[in-house]
Design a protein around this ligand. Sequence first.
Ligand code: GDP
Length: 606
Amino acid sequence: LLPVPCSQDVSNGLRSPICCILGHVDSGKTKLLDCIRSTKVQEGEAGGITQQIGATFFPVQNIRKRTKELKADAKLNVPGLLVIDTPGHESFANLRSRGSGLCDIAILVVDIMHGLEPLTIESLSLLKMRGTEFIVALNKVDRLYGWKICPNAPILKAMKQQSKDVHIEFGNRLNQVIAQFKEQGLNTELYYKNKEMGETFSIVPTSAITGEGIPDLLLLLVQWAQKTMIEKLTYQNQVQGIILEVKVVEGYGTTIDVVLVNGVLREGDRIVVCGMKGPILTNIRAILTPHPMKELRVKGVFVHHKEIKAAQGIKIAAQGLKHAIAGTEMHVLGPDDDLEYVKEAAMEDMRYVMNRIGTSSVGVHVQASTLGSLEALLEFLKTPGVNVPVSNIGVGPVHERDVRKVSVMIERKKEYATVLAFDVVVKPKVQELAQKLGVKILRGDIIYHLVDQFKAITGCLNEEKKKADADDAIFPCRLKPVPKYVFNKKDPIVLGVEVVEGTVKVGTPICVAGKELTDVGRIASIENNKKPVDYAKEGQMVAIKIVGSNPGERQKMLGRHFEIEDELVSHISRRSIDILKANYRESMSSKDWCLVKKLKILFKIK
Ligand code: GDP
């Protein structure tokens, strides 16, 4: 058994802050992590950097060495920094405890050439939702035209080497990014000019390729974390661990990758975790970390530990973990603990998310790979501009029974007979069933893409529905026949009218509002100055042709069944009003709605 060095050193009572990297695709998250991690690994000089499960540990000595030029070493008290290895939403979203974040500090990477991008904004809302502190890495400064490379230099030193043109371009791009953050309601400033950290978020210019600004980023991360989160970083004996991944590993069966945030874990400990089919009670068979001498991710090469102390990224092997849910807390059952109580506590995570969304009876089904991403997705669906109602949720693969359940929605609201599947497996058999039952399964691993897909299909359904409804959409109008322009009294009636109010359209059913209400048929055509038109508006004089509504039925006659003095109105109905409200709101004026009200009274519509 080999000891895991450094991160267990919590002599001053603080644990290592846990750090995640977020940002848009291609902003340089992976490269940035590599750049922080890979100093001289090739030359066998990793400087105490330890590969853990799903995380890399940077001992404070390493950080001190790399930030020497910034002359701040005396102020570092934490044992080091634990950086989560999978950049992006998923792991950040999973580092959660009842909705708040267990990631202590995040790096939000922004490409200086592109500024804020959709996933930057999505990351921002995630950070906000979890209440997590973050530092902006304004990455790819080496791409500024004419940049002189200063490998791994502090940013101010590197800036001093640059030409006036580089300074001008840098200034312009920086200002743009600051303005974009402002649009998102956030104040940001270059970190060395930032006098109000906490109120104003700091920006560190970096290059993940040539290393400029990396010392500044590391130092700021540690300093900021230990300055503002002493309480959060104070080591606690109570075990706190979060499942980041559930994985099958050869020779170990289903294992859980856990970030141990606090406490000591021992082989043989009884643990309870939240499972898809209820709480899972099991014993820890093995606590594993990667072998320090081996390169990352070599299969099957693990170090076993009798016990391990936070903060650490570890793998736990135990029986019965198949249905464990990533993004939930792991609970250790102490000798005095009540099992039922701990089981309840383990399932609390799932219930918490369920309760917060407030499912509605009509809405989509949301399925995600982990509880963290499910929560993030649900939160996004709730935001004002998005507003997608959710009827049901699930974690893990989409099953046939889910599809069957969703198919019920077809009767109620067709567009909601949809599964939004975030980063989950959908087997062909399930897909086939969905197709057969008319259920749509939309898949994606970027939240806003998934929601855009959904909006696209609902938009499309709306168009279909609009077309189907178009015949039944009756616009309100009042028409006054002009006595000298009666061209034909019946079959069809052709006469000149003045549009007194509203809009008359081809297809509108016309009713005489005389002593009695008499239906005379539908408008077959309209002519304005002898030219055919589809509609005429208030104030216009046009000729209309009215044909019988039903083929074969004798039409009512002008001069017998109604008089030229009688007013003509469109015969609206409850359904036509609903269609106007649903599909034509924007083309109706308030005057039009007033007329609808008057006609409602006339036709006694409730
Ligand atoms: P991720 O999707 O955010 O993880 O982005 P990657 O780290 O994979 O980087 C995307 C691309 O940008 C790759 O081609 C990188 O080589 C490049 N890149 C990342 N950081 C920098 C940087 O600081 N400077 C330059 N010039 N290219 C970078």
